[in-house]
Write a protein that binds this ligand. Structure first.
Ligand code: ARG
Length: 456
């Protein structure tokens, strides 16, 4: 059994309590908030001008050092906010102490985190838009490339590759919109809430909010310090992004498998098997799908942290950081990989055409035709075509090649001269309802999507 001494307690407390070794990511955001806070305190006459000037100068200097790749902050400090205050103290002594006036780590940490989320949303959104654009470009290029449309992974109806690419582009563009909502909802500044009840100093919360680019200050100090709904919104929008990426990854794995062979992935995005030299494993797509587990888990993790907490700050909330950092980093990587796949995948039109043209794939089209051109109610037309399919199988011919007399044998109403021969191409062209797979509709939808992309 491992043995413990009382003297171990402080070390263990530091180990469980410290986030300084990983929350340094927030240092630039702490500096931005601190600068706005001190500038406001100076304007309000709370901090003497010379002390404020020294603090501001050191904050600027620290920012420069961090940008230059220096690591002047103590990773063993309890957190990055403490590390920054300690750093300032080593530089300017007691004047550093003015920085802590009229604020607490509670409002500081949560404000810095909102600023960090803002940057992540902007960075992720631009990648999501790049992915949307890559799929849109494929769609425009392949508006008329026929492929099988699958349902239940069974070949269902002929479709165009452009239509399928647009389906993903639509979903991705909606993800870009969804992640933008996160910004709209978190657009209020918690600074001035202090520890939980506000502050007795004459702060100008609106000035700080404005300075940091928020629409207004938050309304309630108590709610502000314990609220992590904005972080959950980010994780939740991120989970939606991950889910769509995962489905895309799964599709790519399927399309690129050898017996399917609808697309070819470039060498850079596949790996060789260590045992079977002929294989081209779609690792990037599989990992996009696999990493979704962490992103969904991160949402669940923070939901669980927040779930039992009454109002105000609890130390539990420090556990918000790692899920957030991990989701942002994972999505960034996955989106980069997805953009490369979407851009570099090469559809194989011949294989697509062949796979679409399985026996009787246009039987549904024939039923539609009988209803449209011959006035036979659809349900009945469907029964008649089922009988015709059986007959074609017996006679080993296509539906279009069934002789008139044979058709008469099934039903008197099928005995006419101008019997259609529906190909996968005519099938695809006939599905011209708005949002349908007909090439002209695909081009029209693509143009609409392109104009929406410009709005971002
Ligand atoms: N680092 C902490 C967090 O991120 C903030 C510290 C507030 N600590 C406190 N004891 N009130 O949640």
């Amino acid at each position: 059994m491992k043995t413990y001494e009382k003297s171990d307690a402080a070390r263990i407390m530091a180990a469980i309590g410290s986030s300084g070794h990983y929350d340094g990511i927030l240092a630039p955001y702490d500096i931005t908030v601190s600068r706005a806070h001190v500038a406001m305190l100076l304007d309000q006459g709370v901090v003497p001008p010379d002390a404020a000037a020294r603090v501001l100068r050191e904050l600027d200097d620290l920012e420069r050092r961090l940008l230059a790749g220096d690591e002047p902050l103590d990773p063993e400090a309890e957190d990055v906010h403490t590390a920054i205050e300690q750093y300032l103290e080593t530089r300017i002594g007691v004047d550093a102490g003015w920085l802590g006036t009229a604020r607490a780590r509670n409002d500081l940490a949560v404000t810095a985190l909102r600023l960090w989320i803002r940057d992540q949303v902007i960075a992720l959104r631009s990648r999501i838009l790049a992915l949307t654009k890559a799929m849109l470009t494929q769609a425009e290029r392949h508006a008329a490339t026929v492929m099988p449309g699958f349902s239940h992974l069974q070949v269902a109806q002929p479709m165009t590759f452009g239509h399928v690419c647009l389906a993903y582009a639509e979903a991705f563009l909606r993800d870009a919109e969804r992640i933008s909502f996160v910004l709209a909802l978190q657009d209020e500044c918690p600074m001035g809430s202090a520890a939980l009840a506000g502050t007795g100093f004459p702060v100008d919360r609106s000035a700080v909010a404005r300075n940091l680019g928020f629409r207004q200050p938050t309304a309630n100090s108590l709610e502000s310090v314990g609220d992590r709904a904005f972080a959950l919104d980010f994780l939740s929008a991120g989970a939606s992004v991950a889910l769509n990426l995962s489905r895309f990854g799964a599709e790519i794995v399927f399309w690129s498998s050898q017996p399917v062979g609808l697309i070819t992935l470039p060498d850079e995005l596949v790996s060789a098997s260590s045992a079977m030299p002929h294989k081209r494993n779609p690792d990037a797509a599989e990992l996009i799908r696999g990493k979704t587990g962490r992103v969904l888990g991160n949402l669940h993790a923070l939901q669980t942290v927040v779930k039992g907490l009454p109002l105000s700050y609890f130390r539990d909330l420090q556990e918000d950081k790692e899920p957030l950092f991990d989701t942002a980093r994972t999505l960034e990587l996955s989106l980069d990989a997805a953009v490369m796949i979407a851009t570099l995948m090469e559809p194989n039109p011949d294989a697509m055409r062949r796979a679409a043209d399985i026996a009787f794939v246009t039987s549904g089209d024939l039923a539609d035709w009988l209803t449209r051109e011959r006035g036979i109610p659809f349900r009945e037309a469907h029964h008649l075509v089922t009988a015709l399919v059986r007959l074609s199988q017996e006679q080993n011919c296509s539906l279009g090649a069934l002789p008139l007399e044979a058709r008469r044998g099934v039903d008197e109403r099928l005995a006419f001269e101008e019997w259609p021969d529906i190909t996968v191409e005519t099938s695809v062209e006939s599905r011209a309802s708005q949002g349908g797979t007909a090439p002209r509709r695909v081009l029209e939808s693509a143009a609409r999507l392109r104009s929406r992309l410009v709005e971002f």
